[in-house]
Design a protein around this ligand. Structure first.
Ligand SMILES: [Fe+2]
Length: 205
């Protein structure tokens, strides 16, 4: 069976996210890939006799979404820092579209950051629903609970404590959120938006 590869990321030196923090986090990401591949192998073995292995298979399938989404969300996350930091351009298609829905780019960013400050571990995610041509800010518990089916992720902010606790105490997670945005290469989110919405969105705007 084909295995998922561990991706590498072309990350610059980050402002407010230390190399030690990054190393810990990248190791955790690698663990999700390893565990996902193991789960898929195990599933293949257990499926030799699914009736006899029903209980074990149920556990494999329960964990599959956790490991898969853990892998994929981190790939989305680290890719947002690749290249070099580039803030949102007010006249860029994504910032303009966000401003149209939320009143201003800053209003959207304020809401997104506020969502990140909620208690618990998970992800703050900006989705785009092409069906209604709307953005949705959402919270995802763990990696998989609360994902919105079929909607592409434009931006994902990891709010697990492992994402920042090497550098920041839990009470200082607002500082981590600020660092997350300072280091963002906004053009990555722009490209994601363009891929899913592109000219269609601009036409109806
Ligand atoms: Fe993480």
């Amino acid at each position: 069976m084909q295995s998922y590869p561990k991706q590498t990321f072309a990350l610059p030196a980050l402002d407010g996210i230390s190399p030690a923090q990054l190393a810990v986090h990248l190791d955790l990401y690698a663990g999700y890939v390893t565990n996902l591949n193991k789960l898929r192998d195990t599933e293949g073995d257990l499926m030799q006799d699914p009736e006899r292995n029903a209980y074990a298979l149920a556990e494999v399938h329960r964990r599959l979404a956790f490991e898969f989404d853990g892998m994929r969300m981190h790939e989305i996350y680290f890719a947002q820092w690749e290249g070099q930091p580039a803030p949102a351009v007010p006249v860029g298609p994504l910032a303009m579209a966000l401003a149209q829905q939320f009143g201003s780019y800053e209003a959207w960013e304020h809401q997104f950051k506020a969502l990140g400050m909620r208690r618990g571990i998970g992800w703050t995610v900006l989705y785009f629903d092409a069906k209604l041509q709307v953005f949705i800010n959402a919270w995802v518990d763990d990696h998989e609970h609360g994902q919105l089916t079929g909607l592409p992720v434009l931006l994902a902010m990891d709010m697990w404590e492992h994402a920042y606790m090497v550098d920041y105490a839990p009470a200082k997670k607002a500082d981590y959120i600020a660092a997350f945005f300072r280091n963002l290469n906004w053009s990555v989110a722009e490209q994601r938006f363009w891929t899913v919405a592109g000219q269609r969105f601009l036409k109806v705007s």
